[in-house]
Design a protein around this ligand. Structure first.
Ligand SMILES: *Cc1c(COP(=O)(O)O)cnc(C)c1O
Length: 360
């Protein structure tokens, strides 16, 4: 068996310890004689799995009691619709557009009401986070929406926008559990787990209880109401049971690693290795304004499409997978999520140095 260094933006690298444990439990989950995949979601064994997963996530993120944790399906993209359907009581919401995912969320919200684009960084290919200290927040806005870490462009909000008292909704798909967060600053925090937590198929929604009501847009399907899932502890219908089980293992792995403070330290150390090299390199350049750099997704270019393509190809041959940038940006992108070991980044930088010498 040989494992590569997988720099994919998602689905992405998972901790080896978690994969091994899941493999050990594949045929017989703790004496049940069956795999978690084969288990009723209403069984006692599964009840423990989902309850422990929630409890561990609450502990990691210090989620207050007045927030619900929901394990849903449909990906982060389904939340683009669920958020306006459930929260647009006045039919108005403000969107800060800092990348493709925020833009898609904004466009989706336009289907349901008046969505206002109150700030954007599209003028410079989303390479920075706009100043959000004094935005024209709409008086009747039901919420203000951000994508906190922009997976494709490699930017991250280092300070949250001043929403002037309005509810903040954040897509944290690609920075979920990468550092501590103050949950009380948000009305809704959500993310697809396939970037930094688990296998594709689960989306986690952390939502303040007062936002969960029956007062949703007319025609909202039962399955797309937060209340349906909140009232049934994420078991209204069959949840993505196996995916939640793996997420639960990752939560335990994170706790064992010392929690989110420790993850933040580790992620900062890891990202610094790559950013420091990009800043001194004569060939490779980071594409993001320095103060807005993400700890999770690091896009870079050589300035030549031909060299970019050769780099990606040679890197793959050397065991560094998925370094090609997103199709809308080009160049390269290294996603260095929680489960990417520091050695992976050190070795990548060594390889980049050699490539630079060879192509000087
Ligand atoms: C990947 C990603 C999405 C889309 O996730 P799906 O689960 O494929 O719908 C949305 N937002 C962000 C920030 C992402 O990184």
């Amino acid at each position: 068996m040989s494992r590569v260094y997988n720099f994919s933006a998602g689905p992405a690298v998972l901790p080896e310890e978690v994969l091994k444990e899941a493999a050990d439990e594949m045929l017989d989950y703790r004496g049940t004689g069956m795999s978690v995949m084969e288990m009723s979601h209403r069984s006692k064994a599964y009840d423990t799995i989902i309850k422990e997963a929630e409890a561990d996530l609450r502990e990691l993120m210090k989620i207050p009691d007045n927030y619900k944790v929901l394990f849903l399906q449909g990906g982060a993209s389904q939340q683009f619709a669920m958020i306006p359907m459930n929260l647009m009581k006045n039919g108005v919401a403000d969107y800060i557009v800092t990348g493709q995912w925020a833009k898609k969320a904004y466009q989706e919200a336009c289907l349901f009401g008046k969505a206002n684009k109150i700030a954007s960084s599209e003028d410079k290919t989303f390479s920075y986070i706009p100043d959000c200290s004094d935005l024209p927040i709409s008086e009747d806005a039901d919420y203000v929406y951000i994508c906190e870490n922009n997976t494709i462009y490699g930017t991250k909000f280092k300070t949250l926008p001043d929403t002037k008292g309005k509810t903040l909704v954040a897509d944290v798909s690609s920075c979920f559990l990468s550092e501590p967060v103050d949950v009380t600053k948000y009305g809704v925090i959500y993310g697809g787990v396939q970037k930094n937590i688990g296998p594709a198929g689960v989306v986690i929604v952390i939502i303040r209880e007062d936002l969960i009501t029956d007062d949703v847009l007319p025609g909202t399907p039962t399955m797309l109401k937060y209340k349906t899932h909140a009232d049934n502890d994420s078991l209204y219908n069959t949840p993505p049971a196996y995916g939640i089980y793996i997420c639960g293992k990752v939560f335990k792995w994170l706790k064992q690693k010392g929690g989110l403070e420790k993850m933040k330290e580790y992620n900062e150390k890891k990202a610094k290795i790559l950013y420091d090299f990009l800043d001194e390199s004569k060939l490779f350049k980071g594409t993001v304004r320095k103060e807005d750099r993400s700890l999770m997704n690091v896009p870079f270019v050589t300035g030549s499409e031909e060299l970019d393509a050769r780099f990606v190809k040679e890197a793959k041959e050397a065991g560094f997978e998925n370094l090609k940038g997103h199709r809308t940006v080009g160049g390269m992108r290294a996603s260095i999520y929680n489960a990417m070991p520091i050695e992976g980044v050190e070795k990548l930088v060594e390889f980049m140095k050699k490539f630079e010498e060879a192509n000087a």
